[in-house]
Design a protein around this ligand. Sequence first.
Ligand code: HEC
Ligand code: HEC
Length: 271
Amino acid sequence: MTRRLHLLLVAVPLLVAGAVTPLVVDPADVDGTVEAHGAAAQPDDEELLATGRELYERSCASCHGEEGEGVDEPGQTVRGPSLQEAGEAAAYYYLSTGRMPLSNSDDQPVRKPPAFDDDEIEALVAYVGSLGDGPAIPDVDLEGADVAAGGVTYRANCQPCHSASGSGGALSYGRSAPRLADATPTEVAAAVRVGPGQMPVFGPEVIDGDELDDLVAYVEYLRDPEDPGGLPIGRTGPIPEGFVAWLVGMVALLVIVYWIGTRSPIRRSRA
Ligand code: HEC
Ligand code: HEC
């Protein structure tokens, strides 16, 4: 009786949590990010642009120039490239992933906690967007996206650098393609359109709007793929998994052999 009660005490909260979590987490996660940033670009919002300009002058102009024209070092390295064609998409990608502001022009920009809050990012994105006519932040609509079709696009275009599982990989010159699991849907879509660093630009003529939605859905799926069976072991693939199974089997066999040995009548009679 107490045992059954115990079971009930454990099972009921678990069931409730299981039923509630998807409802709470999913829509907020996906729609929230997309909506918040879709609304970012209102070029006629003068206050927003003024705030953006102020932040820009303080944190970005030293490398990217007063008017976003870029700054050449007296040597041959560029302190910061021109932002006039970067667009809101690039500004959003670099700011929301914390890659900008960079502290040293020679470093590869890497993902960090953003240096600015959401309002500041919105203002900076609008300001950088107003410098020229670069790409806007893509609208992502994951509803009805075709994950399998996205997988085909992913394997053809992204897998060579980011690996089959999205865990990233090394590139030349000591640079690397990052893992994709930290990127929000809008960040993934922005990266595709912007082609940051060594990543190529994939414009709408290569990956159109619907294909981009499918692709983003696939990258989301990679974060938490349904398991095809067996232990995941870091999703290293069937060969290492087979090896681990073999190793476990061998050890089990040895244990059994040893166990049989210790129980054998010969040994017992000697003891
Ligand atoms: C220390 C110098 C430095 C500072 C400060 C800096 N950047 Fe950059 N920025 C760079 C460099 C260098 C690159 C090129 C990075 C690369 O791809 O390797 C870059 C790239 C960019 C790009 C992409 C340009 C393109 O067309 O692909 C954007 C957008 C950008 N920065 C925005 C900003 C913003 C906004 C700020 C201020 C919050 C900022 N940066 C501060 C050096 C800097
Ligand atoms: C030639 C190699 C290469 C290919 C191909 C490539 N990428 Fe990238 N990707 C990179 C590199 C390098 C970066 C880091 C760039 C930077 O910010 O300096 C990156 C960054 C990203 C990021 C940002 C990740 C984060 O969380 O910070 C995303 C998302 C991304 N790529 C998605 C894609 C998708 C989707 C495709 C296929 C359409 C793709 N990439 C194809 C090299 C590549």
